[in-house]
Design a protein around this ligand. Structure first.
Ligand code: CIR
Length: 264
């Protein structure tokens, strides 16, 4: 019997983004020395980043600008999606707390999304949350505390996810140390990752900026132009790699993942 293949209607793919504030040079820094920021270049890199998402079939939805909040462009830290559930974070840096309000407003306006939140004394940055299938790795970092990890478990266990906490000491967030390929392989850099034993499949990449991949589809990954060897390694594994230059944001401890949040 010949099975007829009905054309599948593509679900809408939406990514939240937030335009850079004009005081990027006041962003919080923890593990790196402050270097001068070229604001015009940063703005251009952000435009190119958004254009790359659009070119790969993602619609960008802009959260209202936060002109006085230098880290607001790093929108990944403020909300995490688990299917139809959005978890609004409670950023661990005090200067970032005010970023959440407009993000929550935008998320609440999305159709079919239910909203949970991490509440004080819990603090959690979205950059500490890495989903690999039904497993949710969460960094116990300088930004994300035990109380927030407990709250996240409480939210996600009933949804069928297992929350695995990972100590993070050598970098800002879990996702500054590791991310995952579409096949579930966790990739990381030896100088940043503490212990790899929590991950069932782990692969080293040669550059610290190469740990960050944004999964755009089962085949396509977005990576930083600062990590050409890592991009080559990943493309050798059968993935199509799109690169973007986010060097101005890397000076602020950001990376490709933190500039957007995919609604999924
Ligand atoms: C911060 O310290 O919060 C920002 N300067 C950088 C945040 C980067 N976020 C991320 O990697 N998820």
């Amino acid at each position: 019997r010949v099975l007829e293949r009905r054309p599948r209607r593509r679900a809408r793919r939406v990514a939240l983004v937030r335009i850079p504030a004009s005081n990027l040079d006041e962003a919080v820094l923890t593990h790196v020395e402050r270097r001068p920021i070229d604001q015009a270049k940063a703005d251009e890199q952000w435009d190119d980043y958004c254009a790359a998402l659009v070119a790969e079939g993602w619609e960008t939805l802009e959260v209202d600008a936060a002109p006085g909040l230098p880290d607001s462009v790093f929108i990944e830290d403020t909300v995490v999606f688990f299917g139809d559930t959005a978890v609004i974070a409670n950023p661990g840096a005090e200067s970032r707390a005010a970023e959440v309000e407009a993000v929550e407003r935008t998320v609440r306006a999305l159709p079919g999304i239910s909203v949970a939140r991490i509440a004080a004394p819990g603090t959690l940055d979205g950059g500490d949350v890495l989903k690999v299938g039904e497993t949710v790795y969460v960094g116990a970092s300088g930004r994300t505390n035990a109380e927030a990890i407990r709250q996240l478990r409480g939210i996600l266990s009933p949804l069928g996810y297992t929350v695995v906490a990972v100590p993070v000491t050598k970098a800002l967030h879990l996702k500054s140390t590791v991310t995952a390929l579409p096949d579930g392989t966790v990739i990381g850099h030896p100088d940043l990752v503490g212990s790899t034993s929590l991950f069932p499949r782990f692969l080293e990449v040669p550059e610290p900026e190469g740990v960050a991949v944004v999964v755009l589809s089962d085949e396509t990954l977005l990576m930083s132009a600062s990590a050409p060897k890592s991009a080559e390694l990943v493309s050798g594994l059968g993935y199509r790699v799109v690169t973007v230059d986010v060097s101005e944001f890397e000076k602020l401890e950001g990376c490709v993942t933190c500039l957007s949040v995919r609604v999924r």
